[in-house]
Design a protein around this ligand. Structure first.
Ligand code: HAM
Length: 436
């Protein structure tokens, strides 16, 4: 006998590394969204939303040809019209594209922009690492003063605090195009001497971008990295002064930070201050950096504008929400219905359909199951939804022009004039709120 399942189509499944956000988790997303808006308002950032798809060259030029993101992780494709496009792996490049395209250089500087949206990287999926993930980002464009670096770091730090957990800022300076080459050649000399002991991936980085060896997470590289020369000792006077001032501001703000010479970041556009936000008081884990950012004074010019300094950061929202959960930080529940509206019979159903609209207009959260005919199943549903009262319109109520109010806790039922349904419901809900 043929099996029942034969011929049935296999259900579609999520693409590897992607994630559904279901209603049970929605409150966390809502919370982070609200927190973002709150911070943006406090610090004067305007919202920007750029398309998920951009010309692929925008990302290649901004992030850098020899980076992991561009080399291995980009979702790139040719569209029907033959254009080479990419799903954004990050948003700083798009924000600067928009800054230039909409003439924002002519606005009073700095221009402060924030965003909240999905990014795409074809990375190896693992805990906290997805192929579609969300970022919250803040960018300040058009200001070179170190006080802005400090304020950006402050925002990142306070964002975590507001969400109920501690973080440490790992901070470094990677200098500028004037002083970095000296450091890079020093670093090259050093790693040349120990090249055979380096991991395979770092041997490749040695050829492509020696600085990125410092970002390696390979066990065998770590002792070698620990002994490497540090950029800080090679900074030019201007970069050194800039960095000292950033640190002085951080001291002033009492932000816990750790000087970390290995924070070189995985994107090429950075100069001077670079930082990452690690969860916990001290020794966070690199793998799960909550966020990162820094100065990118060369990017506007690289994308065709006048030389314009800028600084910013982005937080990974999934990782951020994990921390909120780990810290057991209280996040408002999804709004629950306050009353249930039940009906019995065709006429009652019609009346209930209209009454639902009036109740919600009066600001009451109402649950219903208007398509159900049986009262028993509706009352069970009312019970499950945790409401205090159920309004019931039955055949008798239709004839009498009344409505029944059932207290779900003690089962006591009272009949009132249908016209008074809203007033009575409001009265009872208010009474309950007062007596809580
Ligand atoms: P990023 O360090 O590449 O920087 O990413 C920032 C944050 O996004 C990471 O710290 C992490 O929390 C999250 N993230 C990155 N990749 C993944 C992934 N595969 N899965 C889950 N979360 C991930 C940037 O993107 C820069 N645009 C930040 C910036 C803004 N710099 C200046 N302004």
């Amino acid at each position: 006998m043929a099996k029942k399942t034969e011929g049935k189509k296999k259900p579609f499944q999520l693409i590897k590394g992607m994630k559904d956000i279901l209603p049970a988790d929605a409150r966390y997303w809502h919370y982070v969204n609200e927190l973002t808006e709150k911070f943006a308002n406090t610090y004067g950032f305007g919202k920007i939303e750029t398309p998920i798809v951009e010309n692929i060259d925008l990302f290649v030029r901004s992030i850098g040809q020899a980076t992991d993101i561009v080399e291995k992780e980009m979702y790139a494709f040719t569209d029907q019209g033959g254009d080479r496009l990419g799903l954004r792996p990050e948003n700083t490049a798009s924000v600067i594209r928009a800054y230039l395209e909409h003439g924002m250089q002519t606005l009073p500087q700095p221009v402060k922009l924030f965003y909240f949206g999905p990014m795409f990287r074809h990375d190896k999926p693992q805990a906290g690492r997805y192929r579609q993930f969300f970022q919250v980002g803040f960018e300040v464009i058009g200001e070179a003063e170190p006080i802005v670096d400090a304020q950006i770091i402050l925002i990142a730090y306070k964002f975590c605090q507001a969400a109920g957990f501690n973080c440490t800022i790992q901070v470094n300076s990677i200098g500028c195009p004037d002083c970095r080459p000296n450091y890079e050649s020093e670093l090259k000399d050093y790693f040349k001497r120990v090249k055979n002991k380096l991991s395979e991936i770092s041997q490749i980085r040695f050829i492509k971008n020696v600085l990125r060896i410092l970002d390696s997470k390979e066990e065998q590289d770590l002792p070698l990295i620990a002994g490497a020369p540090q950029q800080i000792d090679f900074l030019c006077e201007d970069c050194k002064n800039h960095f000292i001032q950033v640190l002085e501001y951080l001291d002033e703000l009492e932000i816990p930070y750790a000087l970390n010479p290995n924070i070189v970041r995985g994107l090429d556009y950075y100069n001077r201050t670079t930082f990452e936000i690690w969860a916990g008081e001290e020794e966070g884990s690199r793998q799960s950096a909550l966020g990162g950012g820094g100065r990118y004074d060369g990017l506007v010019e690289l994308l065709g504008g006048q030389a314009t300094p800028a600084v910013g950061f982005a937080l990974g929202v999934e990782r951020f929400i994990n921390q909120i959960k780990e810290a057991d930080h209280k996040v408002p529940e999804n709004p629950k219905p306050e009353i249930f509206l039940a009906q019995l019979g065709m006429e009652a159903r019609k009346k209930a359909l209209k009454l639902f609209e009036e109740l919600t207009k009066a600001g009451i959260r109402v649950a219903e199951n208007l398509s159900k005919a049986g009262l028993k199943s509706q009352l069970e549903m009312a019970d499950r939804s945790g409401v205090q009262f159920t309004l019931i319109i039955g055949q008798k109520e239709i004839v009498d022009g009344t409505i029944m109010i059932r207290d779900m806790e003690n089962g006591i039922q009272e009949v009132v004039d249908f016209e008074k349904a809203i007033i009575e419901a409001k009265k009872r809900l208010a009474k309950n709120i007062v007596s809580e």
